[in-house]
Design a protein around this ligand. Structure first.
Ligand SMILES: [Zn+2]
Length: 308
């Protein structure tokens, strides 16, 4: 009973004032499992698994930086009202981590989707933490999708078979995507396989698909680019004679613009690092995001004029 009241309250609070991220809340259907994801990438994966059998919503829309995201009072209500909450974990959502850990310990179904990736496959970060940007390696994201599917199958047994069938189909799509990325990146001449971006979101992408990577702002966007990081990047670009470097949709572009100006490299098209894109962006789903990033990276480093 208490939960019903909370859901109605949520629907009333956010109807009409929060745009697309609240699209499911005001058409809440009784009986359907309610899933809330932090990022749109996670919501996309959950939607692939559940189809129309459950409701999926998310907190962070297109272009929102998860490292810096501050939960609103409405977010807290939505989190409490959901049957299943999926967050990324690995400290990606720097300001939400504590809320989720508390909920987990109080028995709420709250799942960190990256939690089943074996530690030896994770890259390090400062302070003994791990680099959270695992989704840029499709094989690691596949593991996250499996973790979501396992949780949903356990939570919603009536739809378990349908969830398994959809998950299997989606996994095949991810396997093809992984192979496509490997093939495409191999089109870049070996000496040009350097990916320089605003912040260090692409270390897993580089490891999986064969590029060296440098981010000007480090792994979290909390710290600003230092002068040394900028001059190091300029030196590297000149030494490797790189044609393009890449801004990101969720990070201000002042620092990367300066590196482009000082090095003579082109500023390539924006990459989708930590958030999907809005309608018409070519990155409305996870699969589209990875394909679009790969197109931009391959085109930019090959000096394809269509990318400039
Ligand atoms: Zn990031």
């Amino acid at each position: 009973m208490q939960k019903t009241v909370a859901i109605l309250l949520v629907a009333g609070l956010i109807a009409g004032c929060m745009g697309s991220s609240a699209k499911n809340a005001d058409s809440s259907q009784p009986g359907k499992l309610k899933i809330l994801a932090t990022t749109q990438m996670i919501a996309d994966a959950a939607g692939q698994i559940v189809g129309e059998d459950a409701e999926v919503d998310y907190l962070m829309g297109p272009g929102v930086d998860p490292h810096l995201y501050q939960p609103t009072p409405q977010d807290r209500i939505r989190i409490q009202a959901a049957d299943v909450v999926f967050y990324h974990g690995l400290h990606l959502e720097g300001n939400l981590h504590e809320i989720f850990e508390k909920m987990q310990s109080s028995g709420h179904k709250t799942v960190a989707v990256a939690s089943d990736i074996p530690e030896e496959q994770l890259l390090g970060w400062e302070g003994g933490l791990h680099d959270p940007h695992v989704w840029h390696d499709v094989t690691l994201w596949r593991r996250c999708v499996q973790t979501m599917a396992d949780a949903l199958i356990e939570q919603d047994k009536d739809h378990a078979d349908a969830y398994r069938t959809r998950t299997d189909a989606y996994m095949k799509e991810l396997d093809e995507l992984h192979e496509e990325c490997r093939t495409r990146v191999a089109e870049i001449p070996a000496g040009q396989r350097w990916l320089i971006t605003s912040h260090d979101a692409f270390n897993y992408y580089g490891r999986a698909y064969g590029l060296s990577v440098a981010g000007i702002q480090g792994i979290s966007t909390e710290s600003e680019a230092g002068l040394k990081a900028i001059t190091d990047a300029v030196d590297l670009i000149k030494k490797q004679q790189l044609k393009s470097i890449f801004p990101e949709t969720s990070v201000p572009r002042a620092a990367i613009q300066r590196v482009a100006d000082d090095s003579g490299a082109s500023l390539g098209p924006e990459l989708f690092s930590d958030a999907l894109g809005g309608p018409g962006s070519g990155a409305e789903t996870y699969v589209e995001m990875i394909k679009t990033n790969t197109d931009h990276i391959v085109g930019g480093l090959n000096g394809d004029p269509a990318n400039e």
